[in-house]
Design a protein around this ligand. Structure first.
Ligand code: IZC
Ligand code: ZN
Length: 413
């Protein structure tokens, strides 16, 4: 059934299917008094200045009541499929324990690994589905979901199968990333190289064979995986056809961004501690910087140097990092406010960061991330008139009507 969204006060969207870098990061097209025609889940045409198409009698019409419409938001970095929670870590943090101290003591990621190994696929599916529901009502229509809480082959495959099922059963487009190199499993303590060998010989080929992940990611960090191990893993993954991502410079600057640039990774994520050389490498390698401001907030760290990255011509995406340890929030709106205040990005730059740049970071730039003919009809009518309002209303959910593949999945304007 065709759908016409009309009476749009401002329709604001980046244009194109490529990552928006430098000055283009802040280039949004603004259509006033606009309308969008969709059919078969695809955007057919955009109208402005009161123009309207002639529509067939069976066309569903949606009155946007003069509000703002943007592309559906894309959360390009989550660890959404996990067992248990980690609220027990807060008292430890308040006594001064750092994120890596907790991990070193066998907690942190490793405690989530224990809980995820115990959980059934069904339990993980139901828990994750509720998270996706919560994201969808905030206007998120595509999300990246990482594995990495199994570490052993069986549990990693269990997590990835849950992601595949979510993608099929939920309106959200769920893009899977294999993050087996998220921590050194207890059974490989002191033998991280052997664990990487095991991933390369046993796990990656099986994931590829079953088509369970598009990307391979690694946590390159003090006490986790180093540059050499990460290079070995990612080079093998690239040969098998995986796109590459790196958790780089979250706590310590160890060369993760240099490696991302060298390998031409699709994205480098966190980049809290990234300095000049790292930025130059990212720019040279055409790597998207996936910045996670609520993690800086939650870990009480500094904020990534987004303005310098934009000045270097690095396309910036902004995402939640939703996970039970370093960011137990999936509020993308809050990330947008943090990007406004702490990264000092403009509302236009932020919109590109949570739409087209995030889409490109999950290899969906050709099908989503903008409102243009031929793209998926993923859109949000906001309970706001402009992007300034969205970025300003810290913590509130201003998503009104959420449209996914041309169908209304939430209606609240
Ligand atoms: O569970 O702590 N940084 N991985 C790397 C995380 C945060 C998630 C976690
Ligand atoms: Zn992460």
């Amino acid at each position: 059934m065709p759908t016409l969204i009309y009476n749009i006060g401002t329709l604001q969207t980046p244009l194109g299917s490529f990552p928006h870098a430098g000055a283009a990061q802040g280039e949004n097209r603004k259509y006033h008094n606009a309308a969008v025609l969709c059919d078969g889940g695809i955007i057919k045409a955009v109208y402005e200045n009161g123009a309207l198409p002639e529509v067939s009698a069976d066309t569903q019409t949606i009155d946007a009541q003069g509000r703002l419409v943007t592309p559906g938001l894309i959360d390009a970095h989550t660890h959404l499929v996990f067992g248990g929670w980690r609220q027990n870590e807060i008292p430890l943090k308040l006594k001064g324990a750092g994120y890596l101290d907790i991990l070193r003591a066998g907690g942190g990621i490793l405690s989530t690994v224990r809980a995820t190994r115990k959980a059934s696929g069904e339990e993980l599916f139901e828990k994750s589905r509720a998270f996706l529901d919560e994201m969808l009502v905030q206007g998120v229509t595509t999300a990246e979901l990482k594995s990495g809480y199994g570490l052993d082959k069986e549990t990693e495959l269990k997590q990835l199968r849950v992601i595949k099922r979510l993608n099929e059963a939920h309106p959200m487009d769920a893009v899977a990333t294999y993050l087996g190199a998220h921590a050194i499993p207890e059974e490989y303590m002191g033998k991280s190289g052997e664990y990487i060998d095991f991933i390369i010989s046993d796990v990656l080929p099986e994931i590829k064979r079953q088509g369970l992940a598009e990307f391979c990611d690694v946590f390159l960090e003090t006490g986790v995986f180093g540059v050499e191990e990460s290079r070995r893993l990612l080079t093998a993954a690239r040969e098998m056809g995986f796109g590459l991502k790196i958790h780089a410079d979250e706590i310590d600057e160890l060369g993760g961004s240099l490696l991302a640039g060298e390998l031409g990774a699709v994205s480098a994520e966190h980049l809290i501690a990234t300095g000049e050389r790292g930025m130059e490498a990212l720019a040279r390698g055409g790597v998207i910087a996936a910045l996670l401001p609520c993690t800086s907030l939650y870990l009480n760290k500094s904020f990534a140097r987004a303005r310098d990255m934009i000045a270097h011509g690095i396309p910036v995406a902004v995402a939640t990092d939703f996970n039970p340890g370093s960011c137990p929030s999936l509020n993308i709106g809050l990330c947008m406010t943090m990007a406004y205040l702490k990264y000092r990005m403009t509302p236009e730059e932020i919109l590109s960061a949570v739409t087209i740049n995030a889409a490109c970071a999950v290899n969906r730039g050709g099908s989503s991330g903008t409102i243009e003919p031929g793209k998926q009809a993923d859109m949000v009518i906001w309970n706001a008139e402009d992007m300034e309002m969205l970025c300003y209303r810290m913590g509130s959910n201003l998503a009104g009507t959420v449209i996914k593949n041309g169908a209304i999945v939430k209606n609240n304007i």
